[in-house]
Design a binder for this molecule. Structure first.
Ligand SMILES: Nc1ncnc2c1ncn2[C@@H]1O[C@H](COP(=O)(O)OP(=O)(O)O)[C@@H](O)[C@H]1O
Ligand SMILES: [Mg+2]
Length: 353
């Protein structure tokens, strides 16, 4: 039997998606096949302190992982370590890393950069593609270049919004129809996202979004179903069946994502077969346009007339046992431990950039 691989699962961190990361990591640890992998778990607190932890998946998902035994430890950028530097104990060599860090200081390319310096293969995309995918304005520019259909958009620097929100609101009113969506260029989990229907809530929405990032994106509202596709692969990516989100509220806000049981997922999506094919093809074009590797969840709006409009992509998508990415994959090709095996194989494959 082949020797076991040492896998580092890394979760938490300084991100407003810390809690979701804990839930995702608990699921990843659960599905990793322990007959193939020695699993080492690195937890990062909300204020950025790293620990090698013995916490169980239940302790991690409940956010109580610091109750378990832990030691100060971190991925060393020093390639002679090529793994975990454990303070006051022996270093641990790591063969492959599985970061599950959503949003800022993780999914934005930060963790990919550290693992690149460390010389450790990892299941998420490259530093560059992660950074471009996390910044919605840069994503828009790259997708526009690739001819991918998107909502009409414009962006503003937050510092200018703080100085003169009124003249920027004038410019938006001259170029868009209400409702418009306002969002921080980099955030996630709908934090700072607002649907604005009049001047007063446009100005309030712009200022709120500006609190979360240095750029604010404004988009034309799209009246359509929310359709998501899971993509897996390196040079020859595959797209899953389409899934559909039916948010409980006005839109898929933080609350409707995580706190409201009335938000529903449908797999497969309730759209025509030819429209679903178009969404899957477009998902692969987005994956290539952003030069993704490994995995991504790619989100769309589909209008009643079958028009497909790209919204955003997530290079470290939610990975909880009820998240769309693993569910779509389970429905299409890889279920549970097979999905983790596939992502690990892809991380170590020859066609990995
Ligand atoms: N242009 C738009 N038209 C309609 N709804 C939108 C638009 N942009 C965002 N939304 C709604 O807001 C939610 C969050 O926006 P999204 O861009 O996906 O940000 P996040 O990265 O925080 O998930 C979407 O799932 C959708 O419900
Ligand atoms: Mg989204």
């Amino acid at each position: 039997m082949a020797e076991k691989l040492n896998v580092a699962v890394i979760f938490g961190g300084v991100s407003n998606e810390y809690e979701v990361s804990c839930l995702s990591a608990a699921n990843v640890i659960t599905i990793l096949d322990k007959s193939k992998y020695n699993v080492y778990v690195l937890g990062i607190t909300r204020d950025g302190k790293w620990f090698l932890t013995d916490a169980s998946p239940a302790q991690i998902s409940s956010g109580k992982w610091l109750d378990a035994d832990s030691r100060a430890a971190f991925i060393s950028p020093d390639r002679s370590v090529r793994g975990i530097y454990v303070v006051g104990a022996k270093n641990i060599k790591i063969d492959v890393a599985f970061p599950v860090m959503h949003g800022k200081n993780g999914e934005d390319g930060a963790i990919a950069a550290l693992l690149k310096l460390a010389g450790i293969p990892q299941v998420t995309t490259t530093m560059t593609s992660a950074a471009c995918s996390m910044d919605k304005v840069i994503t828009k520019i790259l997708c526009e270049h690739a001819g991918i259909p998107q909502a009409k958009w414009k962006f503003f620097y937050s510092r200018n919004l703080h100085k003169n929100v009124s003249s920027i609101a004038d410019e938006i009113e001259a170029n868009f129809e209400y409702p418009v969506f306002v969002k921080p260029s980099s955030a996630g989990s709908s934090v700072g996202v607002a649907k604005c229907t009049d001047r007063a809530n446009l100005e309030a929405g712009l200022l709120e979004a500006a609190r979360h990032d240095f750029k604010v994106l404004v988009e034309q509202y799209i009246d359509g179903s929310e359709i998501e596709v899971a993509v897996i692969g390196n040079s020859e990516p595959m797209a899953s069946v389409c899934g559909q989100i039916a948010p409980s509220g006005e839109f898929y806000s933080y609350d409707s994502k995580y706190n409201d049981e009335n938000s529903k997922l449908y797999i497969p999506a309730k759209i025509a077969d030819d429209t679903a094919e178009k969404v899957r093809r477009t998902a692969l074009s987005v994956f290539r346009a952003l030069e993704c590797q490994g995995m991504a969840r790619i989100d769309f709006f589909v209008r009643n007339n079958g028009e497909v409009i790209f919204n955003e992509l997530n290079t470290i998508p939610g990975f909880t046992d009820i998240s769309m990415y693993p569910k779509l994959m389970a429905h299409s090709c890889f279920r549970g431990s097979q999905l983790a095996d596939r992502l690990i194989n892809l991380a170590m494959a020859e066609d990995r950039i």
